[in-house]
Design a protein around this ligand. Structure first.
Ligand SMILES: Nc1nc2c(ncn2[C@@H]2O[C@H](COP(=O)(O)OP(=O)(O)OP(=O)(O)O)[C@@H](O)[C@H]2O)c(=O)[nH]1
Ligand SMILES: [Mg+2]
Length: 191
């Protein structure tokens, strides 16, 4: 079995318990969104777009890595949104990556938003595939579309969506472009 298969099995076996002493958080009625992706792709700006002022920042247990959690309402659903530290792969090298992976392992999310820099799509898609293969409910967010457009890059969201078989949305988190569409797709996705 390859490494992705192993991670996938590990995730499946973790649905009802965990071995790191952190209890899985399951607040009735509150759905959960995780924002993941490489450093510097706009995860935190996107997190702020979604959550506004309802935010708490704390160290992930046993580490000095900060994790922000906030709440938002989209349509009829209430969500807890977690902004994870930058990660390049599900196989962690840095403490930040380990925290992000543990967050994904130990908490069950209704939607895992993989945020990528639209200009560097090819470099970032391998993590999308890892997340999909790990059995997570992935949605791909192509952020920084404004700079991709300035560089005359044309990205076919619909064909990417067809190939990956997951929702794909384009955003400019700094101006709020695409955020309403993103919210609509999240609502559709968790319904
Ligand atoms: N042009 C442009 N800049 C953006 C966009 N989204 C975010 N940025 C900028 O990108 C930089 C990084 O944004 P962050 O939200 O801090 O990135 P991050 O993914 O949270 O980074 P880490 O926390 O280090 O993993 C900031 O300077 C943002 O202003 C966008 O859609 N367009
Ligand atoms: Mg950040």
């Amino acid at each position: 079995m390859n490494i992705i298969g192993k991670i996938s099995d590990y995730f499946k076996s973790k649905h009802s318990c965990c071995d790191c002493g952190i209890e899985k958080i399951t607040v009735k009625g509150l759905k959960k969104i995780a924002i993941v992706g490489s450093p510097n792709v706009g995860k935190s700006v996107l997190f702020n777009c979604l959550t506004g002022n309802y935010v708490t920042v704390s160290n992930y247990p046993g580490t000095t890595v900060e994790v922000s959690r906030g709440k938002t309402k989209i349509g009829e659903f209430e969500f807890e949104v977690v902004d994870t530290p930058g990660m390049y792969s599900l196989l962690p090298i840095t403490e930040e990556e380990r925290v992000s992976r543990n967050l994904l392992l130990n908490e069950k999310h209704d939607c895992v938003m993989h945020v990528v820099d639209a200009k560097n799509l090819e470099r970032m898609l391998p993590l999308t595939l890892q997340l999909i293969e790990a059995g997570l409910p992935v949605m791909l967010v192509l952020n920084i579309i404004d700079e991709a457009e300035k560089a005359c890059m044309k990205i076919e969201l619909a064909s990417l969506e067809k190939d990956l078989k997951i929702p794909v949305v384009g955003t400019v988190a700094t101006t709020g472009r695409g955020i309403d569409i993103l919210k609509g797709r999240i609502e559709e996705y968790v319904r």
